[in-house]
Ligand binder design. Structure first.
Ligand code: ME8
Length: 661
């Protein structure tokens, strides 16, 4: 019989910086799910990767003085880069896609063209708000208090030729998908999408850019690059060979549609509205589920690369083991909600669950088996009064765990396992094996107690392998568990551990951490990193002092408004023979031209200024100059500088004719 398939993905992360614990959180959850499904016998495809195009990366590369490709190569493949991190974290991905991979780029071009030929992508003029410093277009609704949502600076009206996708055409079908199916999980995310995006009405989506180059060129109109989100979302299919030759199409037929995309809640909109609409346009099957997980917060705020308040997973995994970090991430935070990360929580969790509960159970059980029976439990064993209650909790554990895992409720699945582990520790206290060991007659009882403990541990360990693969291997080894005792099937049956199993006390898998000492060290490391990362902030330069002697009396706002300040374009500029100081400028305000005489000839050549937009005082009374030969009809903004030079402020083209406030 053919195995059932399971296709699961993480978001593809931006390699604009080193990844942080938030990215690790999602990837670890995906890995646990993939391993769980493999354990259950599924043929799993687990895809992760990096989303490498876009303006941000282009800018970051420019700042670093390297090409965008060099920049992303370093972050993805370089030392302690994305791939190194996933290796350290024991991430068992089957495929890693980089959106700069040739096969992906070619496939995206074909996909874009297909939607264009169908008429779902069309060429138009895009009118919107433009943030010049960020070179980004925004719609009215994206603005924050009327300003650029990225940098908070004012935006201007602008126009750009663009391709748009007919998102509006699919609005009803997307709404139906969200409201009437379990496509989007958890359910609470559905209302958010309907309320915030569907109800206000879905507008067609701008899907190309001309303002930067670092992207997939539209091959039939190469002034444009494909919008990064189209490039990014289709990764889930190109990595299966869709519209490319890198992988066989049979992969696509076998694994698509995806069983689930795990994504952070901030990108649920892209995955639950835009993604299905584009798939509908392409007439492709839709993924079965999108799961929008919560955020890890730091001091109540979202951790983010741009804020610089990130926690380094590399450091924590190297210090406490990948297993401990993986366990903590999935045990402490309910997957669908936000949670506050702290080093203290991490250390507490390691000390209580791992060092105390499972660590102790393992070392006590194996040490007693060693001490009392040389590691091999005798065949003669005796049941006792304490068994029934304990074993009642153990039986049915796999079913309880499975129920939670199928809902992606990792926290609850782990809680089920650790309830059994806590109960096993209590069983040791109830049965007091050290007392049973004192008497030959009670040795069979002792043997059974130790067997029950080892078998319970084995069973729990099978269920913990998706979370802590390395430690679980070692536990199996200490308990002498053969292959048949490590399977999913074996976790349903109590008594699989062979009577001949050789138990031995091995290394301490989860040493107790001195919390106070570690916390102090982690704080010191964090502080040192902050200081190294933000030298500019640390060593804030003292502000220069300037003596101002010519302050004007206060005026009212209305008085100020009487001065008409406006952006004009210098359309002509020349030296005049009558003066070495003056330049004759012709400026244009969008309606008409005027002449301005300005004493800046010493610092600016006419060709430096022609074509530039400058600030102009428009309603100054005209003034005759050079004996009446010239008339100046305004003043351009120029600051006096220390050395007497003039410094002119320039404005973007889109500001032409606009008032300056
Ligand atoms: O959005 N808590 O990439 P990205 C929890 N390239 N999870 C977090 C997190 C936090 N504080 N910070 C990040 C992108 N994540 C796009 C995706 S997919 C076709 C394109 C996780 O590098 C979370 O899963 O900004 C989030 O959705 C993802 O990283 C965003 O990574």
């Amino acid at each position: 019989m053919e195995k059932k398939t399971f296709y699961i993905t993480t978001p593809i992360y931006y390699p604009s910086d080193k990844l942080h614990i938030g990215h690790s959180y999602c990837t670890v959850a995906t890995d646990a799910m993939a391993r769980y499904k493999r354990l259950k016998g599924y043929d799993v495809m687990f895809l992760t990767g990096t989303d490498e195009h876009g303006q941000k990366i282009e800018n970051k590369a420019a700042e670093a003085g390297v090409t965008p490709q060099q920049f992303v190569d370093n972050i993805v493949e370089g030392e302690k880069g994305v791939k190194d991190l996933w290796k350290l974290m024991n991430i068992s991905y089957d495929r890693f896609i980089r959106t700069t991979d040739d096969y992906h780029v070619a496939a995206i071009q074909r996909i874009f063209k297909k939607m264009y030929e169908k008429g779902d992508i069309y060429k138009t003029t895009y009118k919107g708000k433009y943030c010049t410093p960020c070179e980004s277009f925004w719609t009215e609704s994206q603005l924050k208090d009327g300003c650029c949502p990225d940098c908070g600076r004012p935006v201007v009206e602008a126009e750009e030729e663009a391709y748009k996708f007919r998102l509006s055409k699919y609005a009803d079908r997307v709404r139906d998908l969200l409201e009437n199916t379990d496509f989007l999980l958890p359910r609470s995310r559905v209302n958010e999408m309907i309320h915030n995006f569907i109800e206000p009405g879905l507008e067609d989506l701008c899907v190309s850019r001309t303002s930067f180059k670092w992207g997939v060129p539209v091959d039939f109109d190469d002034k444009h690059v494909v919008y990064v989100w189209i490039d990014a979302l289709f990764n889930y299919t190109t990595a299966l060979g869709f519209m490319n030759d890198k992988y066989p199409e049979s992969d696509y037929n076998k694994f698509w549609p995806a069983d689930v995309h795990f994504v952070g809640k901030e990108i649920v909109r892209f995955h639950s509205i835009i993604w299905p609409a584009m798939l509908m346009s392409m007439e492709m099957p839709l993924p079965k589920h999108v799961y929008g997980h919560g955020w890890l917060l730091l001091d109540g705020g979202k951790m983010s690369k741009s804020k610089g308040n990130v926690v380094d997973p590399y450091l924590l995994a190297e210090r406490y083991s990948a297993d401990a970090l993986r366990y903590f991430l999935l045990r402490d935070f309910p997957f669908g909600s936000d949670g506050n990360f702290s080093n203290e929580l991490l250390i507490n969790r390691i000390n209580t669950d791992l060092a105390n509960d499972i660590g102790n159970l393992l070392s006590r059980s194996t040490a007693m088996a060693d001490k009392y029976f040389g590691g091999k439990l005798p065949a003669e064993q005796a049941e006792g009064a304490e068994d029934a209650d304990f074993l009642a909790l153990v039986s049915g554990l796999r079913a309880r765990y499975e129920e939670q895992m199928e809902k992606y409720a990792f926290q609850s699945a782990l809680a089920e396992v650790f309830a059994v582990i806590a109960r096993a520790n209590k069983y040791i206290d109830e049965t007091a094996p050290w007392v049973l060991a004192k008497n030959e007659e009670t040795k069979p009882r002792l043997a059974r107690v130790l067997y029950n403990l080892a078998e319970t541990l084995r069973l729990c360990t099978v269920l913990l392998t998706p979370f802590m693969p390395t430690a679980c291997e070692k536990i199996f080894e200490q308990l002498g568990v053969a292959e048949n005792g490590r399977t999913w099937e074996s976790a349903e049956t109590f008594g699989v551990l062979s009577q001949d199993a050789e138990l031995h006390k091995g290394e301490n898998l989860f040493p107790r951490i001195d919390a106070a000492k570690e916390l102090a060290e982690l704080d010191a490391i964090q502080e040192a990193k902050k200081a190294a990362a933000t030298p500019a902030e640390e060593a804030k330069p003292e502000l220069p002092k300037v003596e101002i002697t010519d302050r004007e009396p206060e005026i009212t706002f209305d008085d100020f408004c009487k001065v008409e300040l406006r952006v004009c374009k210098i359309i002509a500029c020349e030296n005049i023979k009558e003066s070495k100081k003056l330049l004759k400028l012709t400026v244009y305000d969008g309606e008409k031209e005027r002449t301005i005489m300005s004493g800046i000839a010493k610092w600016y050549k006419p060709e430096d200024l022609t074509g530039k937009n400058v600030g102009v005082v428009m309603n100054l009374a005209p003034r005759a100059m050079m004996g009446g030969k010239y008339t100046s009809e305004g003043m351009i903004f120029a600051a006096d500088t220390e050395d007497g030079a003039a410094a002119i402020a320039f404005y973007p083209d889109s500001a032409l004719g606009k008032r300056i406030h």
